[in-house]
Ligand binder design. Structure first.
Ligand SMILES: Nc1ncnc2c1ncn2[C@@H]1O[C@H](COP(=O)(O)OP(=O)(O)OP(=O)(O)O)[C@@H](O)[C@H]1O
Length: 301
């Protein structure tokens, strides 16, 4: 996904909202976009979604795109299940698959009992769950989330966090706008602030370095590593050109996917559970063969 020299204004004599925006997003990237109200964050996501056209420059997006808009259209002539099914079909799913995934996400968000309720009669939070579900069921290559957590209850916010991690672990690119600086902290691979129509790279907040007290996984990787990695792993040089990366287990899939899809690819020598504090190579559980890791991820090429 690439934006080159993108400019946008709403009308020929209107002020520029975005100018000369360059942005490249690779598979498995999780990108945070921040900035003050009215700075152009939603405009940027709408350009990537193809809802707006740039006035200058190019927007190149390969693959399927799914988008959670900041505002859900209020008057839709559907019930929740019918809407998800309809959107699934628009995303190119067969009728059977669209129905299956609609049911799956209604269940996962705990709103299966409201599947037959017209969208206009759903509560705000339930409506937002449907808005999020329509994007997640697409299993898109590019997932765009515009303040998608707003209005969700705690369980649904956690579910959306997990779904984002799942999407990036599967090689998807995720861009999100959110005003909470801690949203997905430690998982983002890049962060940008929109200000004065420009996109400025910012250092995304860390979740606190390293895995903490929860179950952790150590990955021994050989080769140059990307500067930012999912889960903000602790990096321990092993002295033979390899690096031991220790990360919370829930981020290990995303980390492995990011390593295996980086250019040039990183060679993964071993993956093991960590059940003791960071130490030299050879501590912890016996290494898991890399082939098993590849098999577990499913789509690694
Ligand atoms: N369809 C439109 N027509 C005209 N102006 C628009 C349109 N959409 C957005 N704008 C203007 O473009 C500017 C950027 O809006 P945008 O919604 O992209 O900002 P934002 O950073 O997402 O703001 P917020 O944090 O409040 O959601 C604002 O001045 C807004 O009024």
């Amino acid at each position: 996904m690439r934006l080159g020299g993108v400019g946008k204004r709403y009308g020929r004599h209107a002020p520029w909202i975005l100018r000369e925006v360059d942005l490249t997003v690779e598979p498995a990237d999780l990108v945070r976009i921040e900035g003050p109200n009215g700075s152009g964050k939603s405009t940027l996501l709408r350009l990537v979604a193809g809802i707006e056209r740039p006035d200058t420059g190019r927007v190149e997006v390969a693959g399927r795109t799914a988008y959670v808009p900041e505002r859900f259209p209020p008057a839709l002539p559907f019930d929740a299940r019918g809407y998800l099914h309809h959107l699934g079909r628009i995303h190119g799913l067969t009728a059977g698959e669209a129905r299956r995934r609609a049911g799956y996400w209604l269940d996962r968000f705990g709103i299966a009992d409201r599947a037959g309720t017209p969208i206009g009669r759903l509560s705000k939070g339930t409506c937002q769950k449907v808005a999020v579900a329509q994007a997640l069921l697409a299993e898109a290559d590019v997932l765009l989330l515009d303040e998608a957590w707003t209005g969700l209850d705690r369980a649904a916010r956690t579910l959306l966090d997990e779904a984002v991690v799942e999407r990036t672990a599967a090689g998807g690119r995720v861009l999100f706008v959110d005003h909470d600086p801690h949203r997905l902290a430690g998982l983002t691979t890049a962060g940008y602030a929109v200000a004065d129509g420009r996109l400025h790279a910012v250092e995304p907040p860390e979740a606190g370095a390293g895995p903490g007290p929860e179950p952790a996984v150590a990955v021994e990787a050989v080769g140059p590593l990307p500067p930012r990695l999912p889960g903000a792993p602790v990096r321990i040089p092993l002295g033979d050109g390899a690096t031991r990366l220790e990360v919370a287990a829930r981020h290990s899939d995303a980390l492995l996917r990011r390593l295996l899809t980086s250019t040039p690819p990183v060679h993964i020598r071993a993956v093991r559970a960590v059940d003791e504090p960071p130490g030299p190579a050879g501590t912890g559980e016996p290494p898991v063969p890399v082939a098993a890791v590849d098999g577990g991820l499913g789509e690694v090429r």
